[in-house]
Design a protein around this ligand. Structure first.
Ligand SMILES: CC(=O)SCCNC(=O)CCNC(=O)[C@H](O)C(C)(C)COP(=O)(O)OP(=O)(O)OC[C@H]1O[C@@H](n2cnc3c(N)ncnc32)[C@H](O)[C@@H]1OP(=O)(O)O
Ligand SMILES: CC(C)C(=O)C(=O)O
Length: 524
């Protein structure tokens, strides 16, 4: 059966109205207050995202809240602009009505608690008084707009018979949307199914209104409860971007939308959301509030489409559907991200090198680079592209006759630094020991002990490839021999190993020059 709604006209039975309350309930998260300009930017983004209703604020709360609802009502044209009001508040409904006056389509959302706990201890009202205020609040709201929503605050903990009386009263007094919030996030999906089924079958006039669900996430069930309510006949969902809201937050809009889209086989509902705008809307909210979502947040978290383990990466490269139930592009990401780390395998490593332009590595070079990458990944949390460039460049050395194998250094303030170095020279393992003015000097002297040369050190500089104390060190060394200058670079999580690699790199270049003139064996 389709419903004739004052703001939406005839609504298809499976069309779900997306009611975004980022600017009202979302803003109630401690530390998430937004100023007028920020609210206007968010409102514009929500309109572009395609939400059907945006709850822009609680006008009686402050002049700032009134002004932002009023200005959003002036600006937004394609979305219903809604203002919150207490059903029995002294000036709430007038204030809400004035605030939404400029809206092309405006809604007043009035609410009052209906649970025994809230009525007795918070409102200090008898149930009959609450019923009177429901009646009065909805009639007053209808003076300003035909689009009136009523909420039973703490509805999920309300006596079912009394809830039916409240809803019947609200419908009779002109409410066109009936919202049953799980205000404290206490319910289970089974509770939700029971509540909505009960109301829809028992309350006279239930077939003329839209039922709405508003779930808090105190037990992590907000989205599951929302889906359960839809299956029991609710056709409006209240939610926020990134799931922000009181305490543990509200049901996250992006999660609900992608549940409906991804599991359309069993959830045959439609919405007007442009899913490819989800990520940018989430990012805009994070920028405005200063709170990032956690990396593992569904849909919009940094890791939502990132894969680090080799088996998954291999599967993704063969067919993304093996490990992705929706495409990253469908929610606004550019692409799947294969994150290289200690769990990665050769397939992802090869794919990454290819993407970085290293397509023609010989198998031996590739294997060596992969083994060094694994070694680095064991020591470093995040491997950046720059790390790989440094690592592979270090490996792809023309005519590398000398190769680094191992280094042990002792250093300190009480005795000279010493270095024990192992190099592979022309395929043979060679060991050298040396002292020095410091650990770098000792390490460079150990190179001389293994490979005799007259070159002098002209430059030695070291910097971090990326940030963090576990960043790779990138070292540059310049050697001079017979007027010839050569530069070498090295990179490693260990600064001294990085220095030796740089020196060896430069030395290899010198050998190439020497060999061209006069091939010779390398002896200490
Ligand atoms: C579940 C929700 O998210 S509901 C929305 C919650 N959001 C907010 O509260 C944010 C905005 N709130 C505010 O700015 C203020 O609380 C105001 C302006 C609404 C009220 O401020 P004050 O008059 O100072 O009251 P205060 O906040 O201390 O207490 C709330 C009062 O509202 C009453 N109240 C709560 N809900 C209702 C209601 N639906 N109808 C009538 N009165 C209500 C409470 O019983 C209490 O009344 P009391 O002062 O007589 O005991
Ligand atoms: C005002 C209502 C809808 C609310 O935010 C709640 O009960 O959580």
């Amino acid at each position: 059966m389709s419903i004739d709604h004052p703001s939406f006209g005839r609504i298809d039975p499976n069309r779900v109205i997306i009611f975004d309350t980022t600017l009202r309930d979302g803003e109630q998260s401690p530390g998430f207050s937004m100023n007028l300009a920020e609210k206007l930017r968010m409102a514009e983004a929500l309109e572009e995202l395609g939400v059907d209703v945006m709850e822009a604020g609680f006008p009686v709360a402050s002049k700032g809240d009134f002004d932002s609802v009023h200005q959003i009502a002036q600006k937004v044209r394609n979305t219903v602009v809604c203002a919150l009001a207490r059903s029995g508040g002294r000036n709430d409904i007038t204030s809400a009505g004035e605030a939404i006056r400029p809206a092309k389509r405006g809604r007043i959302h009035n609410f009052i608690s209906t649970s025994p706990l809230h009525m007795k201890y918070k409102l200090r009202m008898e149930p009959e008084t609450v019923l009177e205020l429901i009646e009065a609040g909805n009639r007053a709201s209808r003076q300003f707009t035909d689009d009136v929503e009523w909420s039973a605050e703490d509805g999920s903990r309300t006596d079912p018979d009394f809830l039916c009386r409240c809803v019947e009263t609200a419908i009779r007094a002109g409410a066109t949307t009936i919202n049953i919030p799980d205000t404290v996030g206490y319910s289970t999906p089974e509770d939700m199914a029971r509540i909505f089924t009960d109301l829809r079958t028992r309350v006279p006039g239930a077939d003329r209104v839209i039922f709405s669900t508003h779930n808090h996430n105190d037990l992590g069930l907000a989205v599951a409860n929302t889906v359960a309510a839809l299956n029991a006949g609710a056709r409006q969902v209240e939610c926020t971007i990134n799931g922000i809201g009181e305490r543990a937050g509200n049901a996250a809009l992006e999660e609900i939308i992608m549940v409906l889209r991804t599991r359309h086989d069993v959830l045959p509902y439609t919405t007007g959301i442009h899913t490819e705008r989800l990520l940018r809307t989430s990012r805009m909210l994070s920028t405005i509030t200063g709170f990032d979502v956690q990396p593992n947040k569904a849909i919009v978290g940094r890791n939502a489409f990132a894969h680090e383990s080799g088996i998954h990466q291999d599967g993704i490269l063969k067919n993304a559907a093996t490990y992705e139930i929706m495409t990253p592009e469908s929610v606004g990401w550019n692409r799947t991200s294969l994150v290289l780390g200690k769990h990665s395998g050769r397939a992802a490593f090869r794919d990454k090198l290819k993407a970085m332009g290293y397509e023609n590595l010989e198998e031996a070079q590739f294997n060596e680079a992969f083994s060094r990458f694994k070694d680095l990944a064991d020591r470093k949390k995040v491997i950046y592209d720059e790390d790989l460039v440094a690592l592979v460049d270090d490996e792809v050395r023309d005519h590398a006759r000398i190769r680094f194998v191992a280094l042990d250094v002792t250093a300190g303030s009480r005795r000279p630094a010493t270095a024990d170095l192992v190099l592979d020279v022309d395929g043979a393992r060679r060991e050298g020991h040396a002292e020095g003015q410091g650990p770098v000097d000792a390490a460079f002297n150990a190179i001389r002990a293994i490979v005799a040369h007259d070159a002098t050190l002209q430059l030695y500089s070291v910097g971090a490839v990326t940030e963090g104390s576990d960043a790779q060190a990138r070292t540059s060394v310049r050697l001079e021999e017979d007027g010839k200058l050569v530069d070498g670079q090295g990179a490693d999580a260990d600064t001294l190993v990085s220095a030796v690699r740089a020196y060896v790199h430069a030395l290899n270049k010198l050998l190439v020059k020497r060999d061209r003139a006069e091939p010779a064996a390398l002896d200490a």
